[in-house]
Design a protein around this ligand. Sequence first.
Ligand code: ZN
Length: 287
Amino acid sequence: MSLVTLQEMFDKNINGGYAVGAVNVMNQDMIRGVIAGAEMVNSPVIIALAEAHEPLVSIEELGPIMIDCAKRAKVPVCVHFDHGESYNAVVRAMKAGFTSVMFDGSKLPFEENVELTASIVKIAKALGVSVEAELGELTRPEGCEDEEVEENPDLYTDPYKADEFYKRTGITALAVAYGTAHGVYAKQPKLDFDRLKLINQLTDAPLVMHGGSGLEEKDFHKAIEYGTKKINYFSNMSYTVAQEVKRRLNEAKGKTYYTDISAWSIEAIKEDIARTLTMFKSNGKAW
Ligand SMILES: [Zn+2]
């Protein structure tokens, strides 16, 4: 299989029961490791580049490599643009051939978020690109992983606005806020699952969980039960892989080369992703 859209992934998962993992990548080793991990457990996967990571690598630089690797993968791979906050960046991602984009207007007032998201959906539909958007705010934005997290239910998704937002914008997927945060958690967060359950009851929108690093397996399973079909995952993998490379560097005898670090990284990412996708219950769901 190969390059697919987010919509195609949801079409294969109408009844739920699992979520597809979306993993942020910033270089070729990460792309290779993530796809290898998905292939190992025969799972669809989403590789994502976040606008917050553009100072490290641009859409135009990494996009073509992501797309090429997706096309050659043995499992379905969606190439996604994560947390696009500017109209400009989201349109650039579509131009580069991403099959899915997230427009994050979560900080905007409701009407403005609806209006801007709908205008992006209009372009995306013409190009066959899927769109994710967000209602409610995550407690810690992407790229600010080390900041302290404070629970603030005032920022969580209003369940009674979710369906209106979904229908008026025409989006493919709805990212919701109910207590998760980006980055690795210092302590277990309190997740408002009653809110998620209600959102799921009030709308048919496929739901997205952001901030999936370091939650417990039962939290993921509960989120899946309540309509979550995409889970964003990154910081935990980034941290785990760095620890593994550190350990191998310390234990290495004789000369070590940069290519060794690269190979260790790919291997560690592969293992972590295979384990994570299995936790999201998407193993064996490739088509
Ligand atoms: Zn996110």
